[in-house]
Design a protein around this ligand. Structure first.
Ligand SMILES: [Zn+2]
Ligand SMILES: [Zn+2]
Length: 159
């Protein structure tokens, strides 16, 4: 095994016919040969996928292929949120476990600020106490929960 494969002039599948210059196969003979080997070695395409770690509950061949094709050389495998994702992006979590839910169109209390809805995701937050409150966009990164962390009272984010 190993080494670079080169076309031989004959169809690679073994049918004995001539292949076009620079080609390994006659049209669709690669698919037939592939299917035959999979059937012989694995029994089915499903078994073939599973044998290589793919299939339901395992790796997703489509996603991995897409990722491999889109990935610039040298970048890491896991997708990392872009650095530009700032503190006002829904899903942002500040060091106090306060998470951005959404932006509102309501004016905040600071100059040119809008109110954002934050949600406290501290495990200590008492059940049944309101977790969501409004905050100025500029305060998100250091906001503390008004209910369980002694933070400033939340801004009214309801119309
Ligand atoms: Zn062939
Ligand atoms: Zn809380």
């Amino acid at each position: 095994m190993g080494g670079r494969l080169l076309p031989t002039g004959k169809c690679f599948c073994g049918c004995g016919l001539d292949a076009a210059v620079g080609k390994f196969f006659l049209s669709s003979h690669d698919r037939k040969a592939e299917a035959a080997v999979i059937a012989l070695v694995y029994g089915s395409v499903a078994a073939f996928l599973v044998a290589h770690g793919y299939g339901p509950g395992r790796r997703n061949a489509h996603l991995e292929r897409e990722r491999a094709q889109n990935r610039p050389a040298g970048s890491s495998k896991r997708s990392i949120p872009p650095k530009s994702a700032g503190t006002t992006t829904p899903g942002y979590r500040n060091p106090n476990d306060q998470v951005v839910v959404r932006k509102t169109d309501l004016p905040g209390t600071d100059h040119l600020q809008k109110i954002y809805v934050l949600r406290c995701e501290r495990p200590e937050h008492a059940r049944g106490r309101a977790r969501e409150y409004g905050a100025n966009g500029s305060d998100i990164h250091l906001r503390r929960c008004p209910t369980c962390q002694g933070g400033r009272e939340g801004l009214n984010h309801y119309k």
